[in-house]
Design a protein around this ligand. Sequence first.
Ligand code: 7TS
Length: 441
Amino acid sequence: MTNGGGADQWREEMRLAIDTRTHTTPQVAPIDALDGAAIRADFPVLNQEPRPGKRRLAFLDSAASSQKPRVVIDALTTYYAQHNANIHRGVYDLSEIATQRYEESRKAIARFINAGSARECVFVRNTTEAINLVANSWGRANIKAGDLIVFTTMEHHSNIVPWQLIAEERGARLGHVRVTPDGRLDLEHLAELLAEEPKLVAFTHVSNSLGTVNPVREMVSLAHAAGAVTVVDAAQSVPHMAVNVQDLDCDFLAFSGHKMLGPMGAGVLYGKKRLLDAMPPFLGGGSMIRKVTLDRTTWADVPAKFEAGTPAVADAIVLNVAADYLSTLGMDRVWRHERELVDYALDRIREVPGLVVIGPQDTHERSGVLSFAFDEIHPHDVAAIVNEDNVAVRAGHHCTQPLMAALGVPATTRASFYLYNDEEDVERLVESLHRVVEIFR
Ligand code: 7TS
């Protein structure tokens, strides 16, 4: 850390760096708009005949898990019907083809996030497992008693609990970056915590509860200047915007395939190769070894070192199909589509009497996640009533209990938009929310 001029100068440098930050929020480029209705036609779940008397499903819970396009569903069937075999072990054709496709998918996913090498992409089940891998492997090798681990008050529980577990085991300390009342990170508080030279800083790119888009590149650069390793939870960004890990310069980045049109069983941990190489394994067993004797074992190279046992082969292979579907449409167009929808939704939803939008009011700092609350109506009642109108939203704490506590709201109702949503979905939600207000009047 470069604090030769003392703590005050260091703090001042931090403040300047933060004040002059440029947000990493991708700018809306002059590109063709997506046609939500045309895209919806690719998603069988969204085109089912509604129950008698119901209108079509308005699916507004993609932040929990996205729907899957026909190409993804078909690719899964094709895999199991034509190519199914365990990988990295057979000499017969079927196994070699499955292995080749699995490794091709890894290369395609590396390109999708612009990783320098496919070896930097470890297939895991989901974001949760990716973060646990870092906490258990990197954490055990590097965190000592008294060390500081920093995460933010805005995190999903899966970017909180693994750090608590390793901190407890090691006797390390935890620091939590505060949030502002409108649900943004307090970057001055981050600067204060960085002045204590944490070992690791973990934070989300986009808040799953509020849609806040954090200035990742700048945060990574500040954390690096303080000598910390960075872990970015990209569960809510990789599916929705172009993410370039080399540009962000983060050390680790985690995301889930099921939130980006892919199957439920495969996610990715990106890690800089230098760090992955130096880390001990997380799980031990088959596939992750070089040589095993009864007394000791040597490890395979990365990423195999972190992929013990039979992976979710079909899911990992088909994740590439999902990424390809998104890339063909263009991530900048996907992002722009969601931004336009959420702008429209913010305008329309504010017409609902008594409704308060939780999170940044400035649409520039938002993704397609929209949380709101009523003073007198419980979010679960809101979700249950809009469900009667075949509008699917989520209600609750969204696995962000510390965030809810910090904002003083026990729970919210959350609508989250994706590429297959359109203005009609927004209208359906708003109409249904007016009905909620009528019922409780
Ligand atoms: N991090 C963020 C920011 C998330 O939104 C989620 C899931 C996770 C981590 C965990 O992902 P998983 O795939 O390992 O489960 N978020 C949500 C949600 O908002 N509603 O349901 C799951």
